[in-house]
Design a protein around this ligand. Sequence first.
Ligand code: 4AD
Ligand code: MG
Length: 496
Amino acid sequence: AFLIVQTSYMFNQRVKIKQLLSGTDKASAVGSEVVVMGWVRTFRNNQFIALNDGSTNNNLQVVATLGLLDDATLKNITTGASLKVTGEVVASLGKGQKVELKANTIELLGVSDAEKYPLQPKKHSLEFLREIAHLRFRTNTFGSVFRVRHSLAFAVHQFFNEKGFVYLHTPIITSSDAEGAGEMFRVTTLPVDGSAAKNESGEIDFKEDFFGKSTNLTVSGQLEGELGAMAFSEIYTFGPTFRAENSNTARHLAEFWMIEPEVAFNDIEDNMNLAEEFIQYLIRYAMKHNMEDLEFLDARLAEEEKQKPQAERSEMGLIEKLKFVTDNQFERITYTEAIQILLDSPAYKKKKFKYDVSWGIDMQSEHERYLVEKHFKKPVIVTGYPAAIKAFYMRMNDGCEPGKETVAAMDILAPGIGEIVGGSQREERLEKLEARMKDFHIPVEEMSWYLDTRRFGSVPHAGFGLGFERMVQFVSGMTNIRDVIPFARTPKNCEF
Ligand code: 4AD
Ligand code: MG
């Protein structure tokens, strides 16, 4: 027998504004009666309501014939108020839209006190909007940014799914420091008032803690990802990562999202190819599915650029830049070549760099930006970094000059962003890996689970991490990373 589900007229039987405005949707073709719901952007002449439901930046013009509304309702149709409108779709005479809605009934769902509502129909600064991040989704800029962010996240899964990768959920709470960088947030249930039990040497006794050991929020899912790759061949992670680095910059967050593919049998070359293909795929996906938002962001960026002195303006518009990146191969150079380019640069000769340049330095963002923005004017993949400045798990390059040891690392540097990807071929040789761990004072015994991958069927493998917010920055053209994540966590700031 069939179960007959009775359908009643639901409150939520509404048509999305994007769908309605497209003019191609049958259910909301000219002449049909529809229900729309959304928030008032503006209300003019007691008659014209610009209604937005977040499906697009384009507002639906709702026309309330004079006399339809009583004075109390009229008074309450203010910016930010929410409405349910039933009406007839009619061809629009106004420019900019094909159709509008001739209201039959307008129901006020929620009022919004015009005196108190912080979002006025005018341009607000990004800094101000950051303080009211709970409301900024209702602006055109953030509407576009977060629809693009959504698309990119979806595209990440689609890309790897199409390639047969397994999405592996690596832990958020861990007892290992994947990067060996030590910039971790501690996770504990021990009291913070000084009453936590101490051991003989006077240190806090983590045996008493929730997990019976010291734990932290993950800085990377890579090491666990490698365990997965040693069985599935190809995995990726996509999750939040946490770094307690005290960097107050436009590219650093304390909580950010990272995508980390890890592939057995790949070498550094394959790794670069995968990363380049992945970035280009994400951009193409956004260009295919979010053109309207990208056009808005392109115009927004062009406005912003106009405020800058000529010399600092970027040569390409946003969409032009995105097309350029999908249509052109990334430049590939070694670290040694990068240093030479910097040493030969007019910027170096004129002492324009704040930080010195020599073989062995960890390149500063001014150096990275010089390479991508001034020298190559395109994304650059740098390989073969000095072993001393890179993580313990990166594969030692063979045949290096003593004192000039390099590893099979790769960073991808993007115009306007700097480092967007960090990755490497991994050290699959047990003895070499153990030696590196000792150099870095990493407790080999505690990491024995990791070393097991090198003991039992070790294979060459490689992977990388793409900073998701930096990718969203690149595609949206937003200059500050705080504006591409809904609620930014940065030093001394954890609102909402
Ligand atoms: O270069 P990172 O530190 O590499 C790793 O974590 C490796 N375990 C990745 C791997 O090989 N599986 O970080 C990778 C990327 C950076 O290139 C950058 O895009 C981003 O993560 N990132 C940050 N994004 C925002 N805020 C921060 N504080 C970031 N730190 C790194
Ligand atoms: Mg890095």
